[in-house]
Design a protein around this ligand. Structure first.
Ligand SMILES: *Cc1c(COP(=O)(O)O)cnc(C)c1O
Length: 365
């Protein structure tokens, strides 16, 4: 039976005046909207109690499994307002399918693609007024699932909560297309063979924080992780996939292969590349090849990508070689390829370009 996410309206919604204030300066989800979608799963009953209700705190036992063993997964997607006022989702079925893969890996229950889509559509509809209309503004949604059984033994929870929360978002990196400096860590790993690197779970982010601190100590706000076994091959950032552009038009990104998250932005860029005169080249890329390419001028652009920040140009790579910290500057971080890819993608998302691949789903249709 498909779940229904019927609406139980928030009895104390945000006033129009206050909402206008929030939308004028939303930050990146500094404010959650008036509602949330949620459902409960138990081993005995399956999914039940699904509804859209007022955004509110949860009462959870301090013994709840998620607090101890991090059985948690999540998704991130945006609602885009087009110029005619309609609101849209970008490839939401990909988020639904990825949540299913994450659930399998963390031994959480499956939510059908249909139920996922119903939940995100229901929240987008009820809080439609929270979807901003400014340039590159959006409503960012966070579907997630947590183990909620109060039991300190280690086993998969027999009680689970699913919810979708969200709020208005200005561009993720306040200065949009300003190149970001990257620390290439060979101290920490985010993923190993057979681990959870290929799925979206909070634990991956928790374990990346120390690397982020290491990066910030070297003046870099973002970290690029390398393979856990040799620290020789480029993998991805803590929450974004990595691309390098070669001057012969090759668009290089490493294969996901279990340790790299299958980004929807990454997949969309690989699909759009040929129409921009670029050739997708999905293959392992070593730090040595990358640095050598930068030194010889064969690699002049590199960027990170993900739903939140879309495409972020990389200005400089800093890393430690034989105990010495060295930097390499990309010649043209805001180069033609990076700009063209970003534009092609955001133009589809905000409805300014033809949706040739059927990626956009209108909310409420
Ligand atoms: C979410 C995420 C990405 C980006 O995925 P998108 O679907 O493009 O938003 C990349 N890497 C990691 C580790 C992530 O968690």
């Amino acid at each position: 039976m498909p779940l229904s996410f019927d609406i139980v309206s928030n009895p104390n919604p945000t006033s129009a005046a206050r909402l206008a204030q929030i939308l004028a300066n939303p930050g990146f989800v500094n404010h959650f909207s008036d509602h949330m979608a949620q459902a409960t799963w138990t081993a005995a009953q399956g999914w039940h109690d699904s509804a859209v209700t007022a955004f509110d705190a949860w009462a959870m036992s301090p013994g709840s499994a998620v607090f101890h063993y991090a059985q948690e997964i999540f998704e991130g997607l945006k609602v885009y307002r087009h110029q005619d006022g309609t609101i849209w989702l970008f490839r939401p079925e990909m988020n639904a399918q990825r949540l299913q893969r994450s659930a399998s890996r963390l031994d959480l229950p499956q939510l059908t693609v249909e139920d996922f889509l119903t939940s995100v559509n229901a929240l987008a509809r009820v809080d439609e007024a929270w979807v901003p209309s400014g340039d590159e503004m959006s409503y960012y949604m966070r579907p997630f699932m947590v183990a909620d059984e109060a039991f300190l033994g280690v086993h998969s929870a027999s009680r689970v909560r699913y919810a979708v929360i969200g709020g208005p978002a200005a561009p993720y990196l306040a200065d949009g297309m300003t190149p970001v400096d990257i620390w290439v860590t060979t101290t920490y790993s985010r993923a190993g063979d057979g681990g959870t690197g290929g799925v979206k779970c909070g634990g991956n982010y928790a374990s990346a924080l120390a690397a982020q601190r290491e990066g910030s100590q070297h003046g870099c706000p973002q970290v690029l992780f390398t393979d856990a076994a040799h620290h020789e091959w480029i993998e991805e950032l803590g929450g974004m996939n990595f691309f390098a552009v070669r001057s012969d038009g090759m668009l290089i990104t490493p294969p996901t292969a279990g340790t790299i998250l299958e980004g929807i932005t990454r997949d969309s860029i690989l699909t759009l590349a040929p129409s921009l005169g670029l050739t997708p080249d999905v293959r392992p890329l070593s730090i040595a090849e990358l640095l050598d390419g930068i030194a010889t001028g064969q690699i002049r652009e590199a960027f990170a990508c993900g739903t939140a920040a879309v495409v972020t140009p990389i200005g400089r790579l800093t890393h430690r070689v034989n105990g010495v910290v060295e930097s390499a500057d990309l010649a043209e971080p805001l180069g033609e390829a990076t700009s063209a890819i970003r534009k092609a993608l955001v133009d589809i998302q905000w409805g300014r370009a033809e949706d040739r691949f059927g990626w956009m789903h209108r909310v409420g249709q």
